[in-house]
Design a protein around this ligand. Structure first.
Ligand code: FAD
Length: 575
């Protein structure tokens, strides 16, 4: 009878245990979980804090008892594995409830210890009003501060997806929120010009967004001192049980009643390290494609391991729930004799930021640049479904592809509707090895409430294929800086649009519908750079001009993409 021990009982560990039992009815399977819960929904924690998920119990997907009843797995909570003796194939466990230690032997061991929130080395960080969010215990503590102290203001440090979800959760509780982000934009899976759409949404919700800002020190002021220092009504609320004074690199002192640190996670590898398992340069456990570590009896899965990036083929840390559960399943399958392999991570992810959905897959433009990989890109801002049917919303989509083969390298989408569907289709297309040319022919479901006759994905395929074939000559927003006297910048939108939206400095205006009759006004010895609002009319105009012997290029993503990028630059200069 095989004896399988699993360290960590949440995403990867619980999936591995369930799969193991389905494959072997008689194996002895024990899960050791340091915390008080197994199989809880970490991804749902911010939504309970914000009140969307009302019942705390709904976050606990399985209890040790229910898991045992369903899968006959011995689940030991409050049990921390403190050492692995790989030579003798035993682990040492500390029972945290009874404060005693014991050992347990294994045939196979799966490590699914996850990743711990990074706690930056900032003076004053250890205080009763500063928390990170990883598990139900953290959530309870944060909610307790909110319920007892009723802070008027909270600060979140870190604009990744956990930070953004916490911003929304705290905002949902009626708390004024400041979001401090060290980088020039939130969500590093997005490129800057795309992130501007997210910044607008955050600021429109009256969140104080501070970019290019680093938290430098924290001072906890206890309640008595606080009350005597300040008696203004609003601040008095924060003062009742004390408050924090935050200092940042831009010297702005910020007074806040609750501080959430969400600056990223790092793999929990202490155990693996002290066992002598191979650890990668990024700090994760090294595993082969079957999730086997450098010790053939020990497997590792989830946030604790390094995976291969699907696009670059290089090692990466991609801490997401889907990969963790799939890897847990694969490790169990392999242990119980099935051939299975984990085939790299694309990092497909989505985050709700107030009314927006923000999703991505594959690599960003910046990541491609950092890897020195060649790419071309298209932007599209199109209606989520037929624009004549009510409630269509703009989906802003950026797709990166290889300029030679047309292989899909990455995609980012933002909007209020239809974002997940587009990124999921592109994630499947990338994994299936499809090219942008193939996107033209995808037969996707259509009726006016859901999509357009030519879905956004098909449209991306058309634009990218035209670029690859040379019939669509593109120019990108950042290349406009290089225009000279040898160029004419031509806005083909209507005067009304220009009046309400503005235009790019130096542009002349000939609306697309009168371009044929006025074409002779344009010089043939200069290159015409055409643009419209989102790129479609610009493309039509550039074809018209090219077919009449002009040299014309179209601004991809149009004035909208240019404006987003300009706003981004403007923000950066201001800060
Ligand atoms: P975990 O689920 O973290 O489980 C590891 C467990 O191991 C922990 O419970 C820990 O207590 C236990 N452990 C560690 N060391 C020991 C030891 N020595 N002995 C015993 N037990 C030990 N991902 C998404 O894809 N989408 C989302 O929307 C999303 N939202 C998230 C929101 C939040 C607030 C958080 C914290 C995470 C979110 N994630 C999301 C990430 C996702 O939860 C993780 O990628 C996933 O849980 C990783 O699974 P894991 O098994 O590797 O680690």
């Amino acid at each position: 009878m095989t004896k399988l021990l699993i360290i960590g009982g949440v995403a990867g560990g619980a999936s591995a245990a369930a799969r193991a039992r389905r494959l072997d009815e008689f194996a002895e399977i024990i899960i050791f979980e340091r915390g008080a819960h197994i199989s809880f929904a970490n991804c749902g924690l911010p939504y309970h804090i914000g009140g969307t998920i009302e019942k705390r119990d709904n976050l606990v997907l399985q209890t040790p008892e229910s898991f045992h009843n369903r899968f006959n797995v011995d689940v030991r909570i409050l049990s921390e594995v403190i050492a692995i003796d790989a030579g003798n194939k035993t682990v040492k466990i500390r029972n945290l409830k009874e404060d005693r230690e014991y050992t347990e032997a294994y045939d196979y061991l799966i490590i699914s210890t996850g990743a711990a929130p990074v706690r930056p080395n900032i003076s004053g960080i250890n205080n009763p009003l500063t928390y990170s969010l990883r598990n139900l215990g953290d959530m309870d503590k944060i909610m307790s501060v909110i319920d007892t102290n009723r802070p008027n203001h909270a600060t979140v440090v870190g604009g990744g997806y956990i930070g953004l979800e916490m911003v929304e959760a705290l905002h949902g509780r009626g708390i004024n929120v400041t979001l401090i982000e060290q980088a020039s934009h939130v969500m590093r899976t997005l490129d800057e010009e795309m992130s501007e759409i997210v910044h607008r949404e955050i600021r429109d919700m009256d969140v104080d967004l501070q970019l290019n800002t680093a938290l430098q020190s924290i001072r906890f002021v206890a309640s008595e001192a606080a009350v005597s220092q300040d008696d203004s009504e609003d601040q008095d609320k924060d003062n009742r049980y004390g408050y924090l004074e935050l200092a940042t690199n831009i010297n702005r002192k910020l007074r806040t009643g609750l501080l959430i640190i969400a600056v990223g996670v790092r793999p929990e590898t202490n155990l693996a390290q002290s066992t002598g398992l191979e650890i990668g340069a990024l700090g994760g456990i090294i595993v082969d494609s079957q999730m086997r570590t450098s010790d053939p009896s020990i497997f590792a899965v989830g946030d604790a391991v390094e995976v291969k990036n699907f696009t670059s083929g290089k090692s990466a840390l991609i801490p997401l729930a889907g990969p963790a559960t799939r890897q847990g399943r694969i490790a169990a399958s392999v242990i119980f004799g099935e051939q299975d392999e984990y085939y790299k991570s694309q990092g497909t992810a989505i985050c709700k930021v107030f009314g927006l959905s923000v999703a991505s897959t594959g690599m960003s433009e910046v990541a491609l640049q950092n890897e020195g990989l060649e790419y071309e890109k298209v932007y599209i801002h199109a209606a989520s479904h037929a624009s004549y049917y009510p409630d269509a919303e703009t989906v802003s989509l950026k797709v990166l592809f290889a300029p030679d083969s047309g292989a899909i390298l990455g995609a980012q989408a933002i909007g209020r509707d239809g974002v997940d569907k587009r990124i999921d289709v592109l994630a499947v297309a990338q994994r299936a090895g499809m090219t942008v040319e193939d996107l033209q022919n995808l037969e996707l479901c259509y009726a006016p409430p859901y999509s357009s006759v030519r879905d956004i994905i098909n449209q991306v395929g058309f634009i990218a294929t035209n670029i690859l074939k040379g019939s669509h000559r593109p120019i990108h927003y950042h290349q406009l800086q290089q225009l000279t006297d040898g160029h004419v910048l031509l806005d083909v939108r209507t005067p009304e649009e220009i009046q309400s939206q503005g235009t790019i400095p130096g542009a002349i205006n000939i609306p697309i519908d009168v371009l044929r009759s006025k074409v002779s006004e344009l010089p043939k010895d200069k290159e015409i750079i055409v643009f419209c609002q989102v790129g479609l009319r610009g493309y039509v105009a550039s074809r018209l001009l090219n077919n009449r012997g002009y040299s014309a290029r179209n601004l991809i993503g149009g004035y909208l993409t240019w404006t987003n990028a300009q706003q981004r630059n403007h923000d950066t200069i201001l800060q």
